[in-house]
Design a protein around this ligand. Structure first.
Ligand SMILES: [Zn+2]
Length: 233
């Protein structure tokens, strides 16, 4: 393998390492972000906060209804027991029964309205919970595939770093120094393939002598236009 071929191989390895590292950065950012799940969880919490006081209200109304019923029953029993003889007292008892029955009826209406609201809130909670379950499952699947991709990329990069070390060991120090010094100016691509007589990076055709020189592979030859090291491919 000529020096130029080795430099090209080194460049390909390094470009792939850069690409892998970029993707690994994206994966890391994506793994740290789960906005959709957080939003869905907030939806469930809101629905629970709506439902809970309505359920308490319904329970309290139910207790009040029981208590009004019992009180009316006790008063009625007293009224018809014959133990109370005083007309004023009897009249009061009758009035109390009427008032308790009215209260019972009002409470029943309130309870019915509250039960409707409870049902509605329960439905909303159910929907929110279903949405959260779906989003969580989806996130876990993505999470899983991202973790797999991450591990593959890390393995691949480790192998590439090993290959890089081996390739670099075979390249003469001065060629390596030249390559390194060109990297920042050439967007990490100091070496360009020559396809036919054309530089594949800048697209400019080389003159005959340059083309011949590149094909011989003996020396380092530069593109007439962009100044990259040309490799015949
Ligand atoms: Zn060029």
């Amino acid at each position: 393998m000529s020096q130029v071929d080795e430099l090209y191989e080194l460049q390909e390895i390094e470009l792939t390492i850069l690409k892998n590292r970029k993707r690994l950065g994206e994966i890391k950012a994506e793994l740290e972000q789960n906005e959709a799940v957080q939003q869905a969880r907030a939806g469930v919490e809101t629905a629970q906060k709506t439902l809970s006081p309505l359920q308490t209200k319904a329970r309290n109304l139910d207790l009040e209804i029981q208590s009004a019923l019992e009180k009316a029953k006790t008063t009625e029993e007293n009224l018809y027991s014959g133990s109370v003889k005083n007309p004023k007292e009897l009249q009061d008892m009758q009035q109390e029964i009427v008032s308790l029955k009215k209260r019972h009826s009002d409470l029943e209406t309130q309870l019915l309205e509250t039960m409707f609201a409870v049902e509605e809130a329960e439905a909303t909670l159910g929907e929110s919970q279903t949405a959260l379950d779906m989003i969580t499952a989806q996130w876990q699947t993505e999470h899983q595939s991202l973790l797999e991709e991450q591990s593959e990329l890390e393995n691949h990069t480790r192998h590439l770093l090993e290959s890089r070390r081996k390739v670099m060991a075979d390249i003469p120090a001065d060629a390596l120094k030249l390559y390194e010094s060109m990297k920042p100016r050439k967007h990490n691509m100091p070496v360009a393939r020559m396809e036919g007589s054309t530089c594949s990076v800048c697209g400019v055709s080389q003159n005959m002598s340059t083309e011949r020189e590149v094909r011989s592979g003996r020396n380092i030859t530069y593109c007439n236009n962009c100044g990259r090291i040309l490799v015949a491919r």
